[in-house]
Design a binder for this molecule. Structure first.
Ligand code: CTP
Length: 406
């Protein structure tokens, strides 16, 4: 059982911390909640006590013989501060210890994750920018806030990322034994995700089982490592757009190609995690195809463009000079060869820099939350990707991509 401290700052987004606490407890973590005094203006102590199953204090003078700020900090395996207000991050950056939460931040030696929430002006203020830089320089992870509707009628950067997104990133910090680097600052990365759909008539299509989870995880982790990410999303199982990522929605392989080619220009990397249809119906009926005299007995198909191969060709032609290209391969072994042999042949055929290989079938890779596989490099390197969350696999792919960027 992992010991997690959820620190709650005094902002309206404090209500979302309840869902986060719940997410940790129901996945078997031992959670202690430490709100600031002002957080209790938004959520009552009793709520946090009931959700965590532990008493809740804001000051250092409760339970004095227990010296809770030292004990809690020393025992914690992860601290997540959500919402992290401008004031709370300023106090943390200054090393103050004027309440239980900031005192505990000083005694903790575990990974610390801040999930900021504030108005755009406050997030962009040089004071906050400097405080965030200080916290990051000391090894804390400060998430990028989401863009969108703020407390009033205004919109901008500063929304608290959704509890599920904070939970997923927090889980990654627990899963990875080494720190998640912030190594993609200033980089522009294009990620395609999800499956394409090729229409047959107004109600039917040819599609595939891709959920989009792996591509979304790559987009999410890349953005949290500082990249400007454009996510070109096909069909997914209704995934929430990741915080701080630009999302372009497409349906067909042709639309995906147009979007990828457009956004790839001048980018640092393109990661093709989308499951692209290889074939599409030649004719798309304008009206619903009916049973009866005119019913078809076969569907004529034609090949769709190979987007990945097209990117590699564009780079050879000098159009995408300096753009790293990553492909995915979902493979099964067959009577000719095993998964890795097929994958090595695919890497050579496609000509990309990295190929992420997943063995599929029997409940693996598609639709599930965990993944494993191999990462093959054009330089002959082969890295086994251990079984873990899709965020962990994403972060390992980005670890290998980093050194390839110009
Ligand atoms: N891909 C693509 N365009 C296509 C098909 C696939 O860009 N029309 C990309 C996928 O996004 C993935 C990689 O190519 O990154 C490999 O996809 P996969 O379907 O495994 O490859 P195929 O070339 O279709 O090979 P296979 O013969 O195994 O179907």
């Amino acid at each position: 059982m992992t010991r997690v401290i959820v620190g709650v700052g005094g902002g309206i987004a404090a209500y979302k911390s309840c869902a986060l606490v719940r997410r940790f407890t129901e996945t078997g973590h031992e959670v202690r909640v430490i709100p600031t005094e002002s957080a209790l203006n938004f959520i009552g102590k009793a709520t946090f006590e009931a959700l965590s199953g532990h008493p809740v204090h804001t000051g250092v003078f409760a339970d004095v013989p227990e010296v809770p700020h030292v004990r809690l900090g020393q025992e914690a395996e992860l601290m997540v501060i959500a919402p992290a207000t401008a004031d709370l991050m300023a106090r943390a950056a200054a090393g103050r210890a004027d309440d239980l939460l900031t005192a505990t931040l000083l005694t903790a030696r575990c990974p610390i994750l801040f999930a900021p929430a504030m108005h755009t002006e406050m997030w962009e203020h040089p004071a906050t920018v400097a405080n965030v830089a200080t916290l990051r320089a000391r090894g804390a992870m400060v998430m990028e806030p989401a863009h969108g509707r703020l407390t009033g009628s205004d919109t901008g950067a500063g929304r608290l990322p959704e509890p599920e997104e904070i939970f997923s990133f927090a889980s990654l910090l627990l899963e990875r034994t080494d720190a998640v680097p912030r190594d993609l600052e200033g980089r522009r990365i294009i990620v395609s995700a999800g499956g394409t759909r090729e229409p047959l008539d107004p109600v039917r299509f040819l599609g595939n089982r891709s959920s989009g989870k792996q591509g979304y995880a790559i987009a999410r982790v890349a953005a949290q490592r500082g990249a400007h990410v454009t996510l070109i999303a096909g069909n997914t199982i209704g995934l929430e757009p990741p915080a701080s990522v630009e999302v372009v929605h497409v349906t067909t392989a042709e639309q995906l190609k147009v979007a990828v080619d457009k956004h790839a220009i001048g980018s640092d990397a393109v990661i093709m995690a989308a499951a692209v249809a290889d074939f599409r119906p030649v004719n798309v009926a304008a009206a619903k195809i009916k049973k009866g005299a005119d019913e078809p007995n076969s569907i004529e198909l034609t090949k769709t463009p190979d987007i990945l191969a097209g990117l590699v060709q564009s780079r050879r032609d000098g159009l995408l000079a300096g753009t790293a290209i990553v492909g995915f391969a979902a493979e099964t072994g067959d009577e000719h060869a095993d998964v890795l042999t097929h994958a090595r042949a695919k890497l050579a055929r496609k000509g990309c820099d990295l190929l992420v290989v997943n063995a599929v079938g029997e409940g693996k890779a598609f639709e599930v939350d965990h993944n494993d596989g191999w990462l093959l490099g054009a330089d002959g390197t082969e890295i086994a990707l251990d079984h873990g969350s899709k965020a962990l696999l994403a972060s390992r792919v980005l670890d290998s991509l980093g050194p390839l960027l110009r």
